[in-house]
Design a protein around this ligand. Sequence first.
Ligand SMILES: CC(C)(COP(=O)(O)OP(=O)(O)OC[C@H]1O[C@@H](n2cnc3c(N)ncnc32)[C@H](O)[C@@H]1OP(=O)(O)O)[C@@H](O)C(=O)NCCC(=O)NCCS
Length: 170
Amino acid sequence: MQAKYPSDSMCIMTDLVLPGETNPLNNLFGGELLARMDRAASIAARRHSRRIVVTASVNHVAFNRSIPLGSVVTVEAKVSRTFKTSMEIFIDVWTEDRESGVRAKANEAIYTFVAVDETGRPVEIPTIEPQTELEKQRFEAALRRKQLSLVLAGKMSPNDATELKALFIE
Ligand SMILES: CC(C)(COP(=O)(O)OP(=O)(O)OC[C@H]1O[C@@H](n2cnc3c(N)ncnc32)[C@H](O)[C@@H]1OP(=O)(O)O)[C@@H](O)C(=O)NCCC(=O)NCCS
């Protein structure tokens, strides 16, 4: 399988925040944002693998800034690293100022997707070659995040999480 670039998988979704999607403070409801991010990440994972993909885990979500009713929200998702059958998707969420159009980063998240066949069995996916400095940083850190996710899910012994442990040991 030929290697791909993160940009090959890029999915950009722009939409409004409507009244039915807000919390009592009139900001975007967290679950609605999670769903938008899951959709964009799923498209990115599918573009990379060209297979059926399923969400295996949500590794990190930071709701750093609330997003008010009426905002224009852009969710950008792309594959940051691939493993054998799984891939990490990095998602950046932006809002744009109504008058100036200037974009501000509102949130980010990291999801793991697995490519599967028609029976739900994991299948191999193409590798990825990061290009930009940011893509290289995200690629580099993704193995530690995978190990942390597997340890927390009880699917890996902490003793085997070599790269993750190295963060804490000089
Ligand atoms: C995700 C799923 C396919 C993994 O199946 P599995 O039997 O655990 O298969 P494996 O152990 O071979 O794991 C497959 C890959 O997923 C990775 N993986 C599994 N659980 C993971 C987790 N919690 N975090 C990170 N990666 C995970 C494994 O490391 C492996 O990656 P690799 O092949 O790239 O090294 C299976 O658990 C599933 O179908 N889950 C339901 C998915 C779903 O319905 N999602 C929608 C949400 S309701």
